[in-house]
Design a protein around this ligand. Structure first.
Ligand SMILES: [Zn+2]
Length: 404
C-alpha cells in the first residue's frame, strides 16, 4: 500500500530571494487563473489538460517569466480545479468558478532540486538556493522521519508564504506494509497524540500533518452559500440550509474519512494502542479562527476515528486541552509567548518546533499521565514520536539501536 505524507519545512529566505519568490508566486497564480479563465469560456468548460496545454501554454510563456514546468504545474492546478467543479455539477451540486488567491506555487523535480539541507527552486529569474530551517537536534521532527528516510521519496513540494515567512510542504510517498509495522516496539502500548487545528486540520505526535487547503475551499464555499440562504430569512431557512448542505456535506465527509483512515494507519504503523485527542467542548473558543464548519469537522473526524479504531482494537480518548499549545513538550515550561502562530519556541529551554506538532506531543503526554494509575498490563508506557518515545516523566527514549 502506498503511503503519502505532507511534511512542512520552514525556509530561511534572504530578502532578495524573497522578492523573487513573491514575483514567482504572483506569476504562478496569474498563470493558473489565466488557464481557468480560458477553460471557462463558452458553455462547455475545457477540462482536458492536453487541450488546455495546447491552447494556453504559449500565451502564458509569453506573458510570464515562469519556468516551463511551473507553467505546466499552474495549468495542472487550474485543470484539476475545473475538473472538480464539473464533477460536482454532474452530481447536481453547486460550485462556482475556481479562483486562486492563496500565495502558493507547485514545484516538482523538474523545477526544483530537493537536497538534504536546502532546495534549489526555479524563479522568474533563474534558480535560487534556499536553506531549510532545521532544528538543532533532528531526533523528533516531522521531516526527520519522512525527509531523511530512504523509504520515503519526495515527489514534489508546494511553496507557501504567510506573514512574510516561507514554507515548503513536501509531498512524500512510500510503499508500506501495515501488517508488519517496522516501529512496533517492545509490546508495551503507546499513545498517539493528535492535535486539531485550523491551518493543519490534524497533526500527530509522530509528525504527520493533514493541511486544511482542500477542506478550506469547500468550507468557505459552503458557508457563503449557507449565509446567503440565511439572509433570506424564511421560516424554512433551516430546512433549506439542510437540503443544500446534504450534498456538499458528502464531500467534506469523504475527506474526513480519508484523514481518519490516515490517523488509524499512523497508529497501526507505530504500534499505538491509544489515540488521544483534546476534548472538543469549547474548541471554537480556544481556536479563535475556527468557524462552525471546523467544529463540525472535528466532531465528525473524532467520531470516524473512534469507530474505525474499534475495528483495529485501538482505544480513543480525550484529554483536557488546557495549555497544550502553550506548554513546552520538551521541558514543561508553559507560557503564552512560547507560541507565535505556527512556530513554537520555548522561552525557557529554547526547544523549537511546529506549534501543532508540539501540541500533539503534549496531548499524548497528558493522556499518558492520566492513565498511568492502572497498573494492569494495559496502561500505556509512552507517547509515540516520529523516532523513539516520550515516557510519562516527559523524558525522551530513543528507539533501540539509536543513540540520541
Ligand atoms: Zn522548554
Amino acid at each position: 500500500m502506498e503511503v503519502r505524507r505532507t511534511v512542512p519545512v520552514k525556509l530561511d529566505v534572504a530578502s532578495d530571494d524573497a522578492a523573487l519568490l513573491c514575483e514567482t508566486v504572483d506569476e504562478f497564480l496569474w498563470a493558473a487563473n489565466y488557464v481557468v479563465d480560458h477553460a471557462w469560456q463558452g458553455e462547455y468548460k475545457t477540462t482536458s489538460k492536453a487541450q488546455l496545454q495546447e491552447e494556453t501554454y504559449d500565451d502564458v510563456r509569453e506573458q510570464t517569466r515562469l519556468h516551463a514546468n511551473l507553467v505546466q504545474n499552474a495549468r495542472n492546478k487550474a485543470a484539476d480545479a475545473v475538473q472538480g467543479v464539473v464533477a460536482r455539477w454532474k452530481q447536481g451540486e453547486y460550485a462556482g468558478k475556481p479562483h486562486f488567491s492563496q500565495p502558493t506555487a507547485v514545484y516538482d523535480k523538474r523545477c526544483a532540486t530537493f537536497h538534504d539541507k536546502y532546495v534549489s527552486l526555479a524563479t522568474v529569474d533563474g534558480r535560487i538556493e534556499v536553506d531549510y530551517v532545521l532544528p538543532d537536534e533532528d531526533r523528533d521532527t516531522p521531516h526527520s522521519r519522512y525527509l531523511d528516510n530512504d523509504d520515503y521519496e519526495v515527489t514534489g513540494a508546494e511553496l507557501h508564504t504567510k506573514d512574510g515567512e516561507w514554507f515548503l510542504y513536501f509531498r512524500t510517498k512510500a510503499e508500506m506494509e501495515f501488517d508488519a509495522p517496522e516501529q512496533a516496539t517492545t509490546g508495551h502500548s503507546t499513545v498517539l497524540g493528535v492535535d486539531l487545528g485550523v491551518n493543519q486540520l490534524a497533526v500527530t505526535s509522530t509528525g504527520t500533518f493533514w493541511s486544511d487547503d482542500e477542506f478550506d475551499h469547500w468550507r468557505r464555499e459552503y458557508e457563503e452559500r449557507r449565509g446567503s440562504l440565511q439572509q433570506c430569512g424564511s421560516r424554512h431557512a433551516h430546512e433549506n440550509i439542510q437540503a443544500v448542505g446534504r450534498k456538499e456535506m458528502g464531500r467534506f465527509k469523504m475527506m474526513l474519512h480519508r484523514i481518519a483512515n490516515g490517523i488509524i494507519e499512523e497508529a497501526a504503523e507505530n504500534g499505538c494502542t491509544v489515540i488521544a485527542f483534546e476534548e472538543l467542548t469549547g474548541i471554537r473558543d480556544r481556536l479563535s479562527s475556527a468557524s462552525w464548519g471546523h467544529k463540525w469537522a472535528f466532531e465528525r473526524l473524532y467520531e470516524y476515528v473512534e469507530y474505525k479504531a474499534e475495528l483495529h482494537g485501538i482505544d480513543v480518548g480525550q484529554v483536557v486541552p488546557e495549555n497544550t499549545s502553550r506548554r513546552c513538550s520538551h521541558c514543561g515550561f508553559t507560557h503564552p509567548d512560547n507560541r507565535d502562530g505556527e512556530d513554537f519556541e520555548c522561552l525557557k529551554c529554547g526547544y523549537e518546533n511546529h506549534a501543532d506538532y508540539n501540541a500533539a506531543k503534549n496531548i499524548g503526554l497528558r493522556y499518558l499521565r492520566r492513565n498511568q494509575t492502572g497498573s494492569g498490563g494495559g496502561a500505556p508506557v509512552g507517547v509515540r514520536l516520529n523516532r523513539g518515545m516520550l515516557n510519562a516523566n516527559g523524558e525522551y527514549d530513543p528507539p533501540a539501536g539509536h543513540s540520541g
